[in-house]
Design a protein around this ligand. Structure first.
Ligand code: PLP
Length: 448
């Protein structure tokens, strides 16, 4: 029995589960998708909160530019390019054997965000900066009018050394939190799940981060981290499953994307819809970005999440409405995937509830497809991504080339304008992957 129901009952109620249990690829449309007004009205976070986060990042920018020289040319603003990928589009059309008619197919290169090379450089870094600011204000060593470069001083580092930061991660969140926390002078402990790559642990250790390796998956690493923080004085737990700061840090991306689209002369309006495909682990990254995009583009943006066929936790949580009451292992799905950034068996309830009415749908992708897309992206565009980061790529083919996708287009009145649409594949990680590891990823596809 699973939550009081037999497997047969679950499958009868949710026939898509039958395919999910076979780890076949599926495409789920969210039956609770609502228009912008009703979807956002019930969310306690607002545009003012996102603007506040953006403002805080701007105040920290001089500090970031100083201590992370790679961010200097962008004046300490941690941002990634938004680019067109015409060669990859052509390659995928032949791979999926489906032509796609749209105005623009774009890649958001969070894979190449400075400092930690993944989407976690948004939420993770923001949350630690937010906490550091709060502490410094509370203890009177900072006033709001100060130039925040003073965070780069022995006085501040010594102050922060009395505090510890704790996080549980499949790897990339640990990298972000570890790097920024160590730079500010905090004591920092990262609990890594079994999926976490050795090079990530080594890199963190080299920066003085306390790395604790777990033999179990993400949920367990988070649980142990949470407990450690609760029992250690002066410690702060970065709660990937429940943090609004993290969520808002991700949401700021939307304000930047708006500027980038303007700059590219790409219009999003009633006649030019925007579709965004976001790889999903616990949900904070894609959830935060989607929330931010909805605030800006309202009903003209359509957000889809992508999960590995072996880790469809957000799909399971949203489809059943049970959120974190269920995990994929309850149904015998193993949560083993090459997409280590997405290897999460139990989704965030906070995110699931927040996006309940603004998410358009979720699809799953099989690891072989991720590897194929990885080598194709490298060959066609010269962009090297980690497997997780490719999960967004098949989204446009699912939308335009499937019955479910057609149904979405029809029922949302998009039929006559779909040819004017723009699509963003959100590439979430890859820059930090060592060359030898990347070479192994690249070769998997050709070894078959
Ligand atoms: C963390 C991560 C994601 C998903 O973010 P969640 O907040 O866990 O949903 C996607 N891709 C990569 C590479 C990641 O590291």
């Amino acid at each position: 029995m699973i939550l009081g129901k037999s497997l047969e009952e679950w499958q009868r109620e949710y026939p898509l589960l039958i395919e999910m249990l076979k780890t076949n690829e599926v495409f789920w449309l969210n039956p609770n998708y609502r228009n912008y007004e009703s979807a956002v009205a019930k969310i306690p976070l607002t545009e003012a909160d996102v603007r506040d986060a953006e403002e805080r990042l701007r105040k920290f920018a001089p500090y970031i530019a100083k201590v992370f020289p790679e961010t200097k040319e962008n004046a300490g603003i941690i941002e990634s390019p938004l680019i067109s990928i015409p060669r990859m589009k052509e390659k995928m059309e032949s791979l999926f054997n489906k032509p796609v008619v749209c105005k623009n197919l774009l890649l958001k290169c969070d894979s190449h965000l400075p400092i930690s090379g993944s989407i976690k450089a948004r939420g993770g870094i923001y949350e630690v900066l937010n906490y550091a600011e709060k502490l410094a204000l509370e203890f009177g060593i900072l006033s709001r009018e100060d130039d925040y470069v003073i965070f780069d001083s022995d006085k501040f580092r010594e102050f922060f050394s009395k505090y510890s930061i704790v996080v549980g991660s499949t790897g990339n969140l640990g990298l972000s939190i570890g790097i920024i926390s160590a730079k500010l002078g905090f004591k920092v402990t990262v609990h890594m799940s079994a999926d976490a790559k050795q090079w990530k642990k080594d890199l963190l250790k080299s920066k003085g981060v306390n790395v604790i390796e777990h033999l179990s998956d993400y949920s367990k690493a988070v649980e142990v981290g949470r407990r450690q923080a609760e029992t250690t004085p002066n410690s702060y737990f970065v709660d990937d499953e429940n943090s609004t700061a993290l969520f808002l840090g991700y949401a700021v991306a939307a304000l930047r994307v708006k500027e980038q689209l303007n700059h590219l002369n790409i219009v999003v309006d009633d006649a030019h819809p925007l579709f965004v495909y976001l790889p999903c682990g616990v949900g904070g990254g894609p959830g935060g970005v989607s929330f931010g995009l909805k605030l800006i583009y309202k009903d003209n943006v359509h957000c889809f999440f992508a999960e590995p066929t072996h880790s469809p936790c957000m799909l399971l949580g949203c489809m059943t409405g049970e959120h974190d009451n269920l995990c994929v292992q309850d149904f015998g799905i193993d949560n083993l995937t090459a997409a280590d950034g997405l290897a999460v068996g139990r989704a965030s309830r906070f995110v699931g509830k927040t996006i309940e009415n603004l998410l358009s749908g979720i699809y799953t992708v099989n690891d072989q497809v991720l590897y194929r897309l990885l080598s194709n992206m490298a060959d066609t565009e010269g962009i090297f991504l980690e497997p997780s980061a490719l999960a967004g790529a098949p989204g446009i083919f699912n939308l335009l080339g499937s019955d479910a996708g057609q149904k979405y287009i029809e029922s949302n009145g998009l039929h006559d304008i779909i040819q004017n649409s723009s699509h963003i594949i959100w590439a979430t990680g890859g820059k930090m992957v060592p060359a030898s590891e990347m070479n192994d990823y690249y070769r998997v596809d050709s070894l078959k």
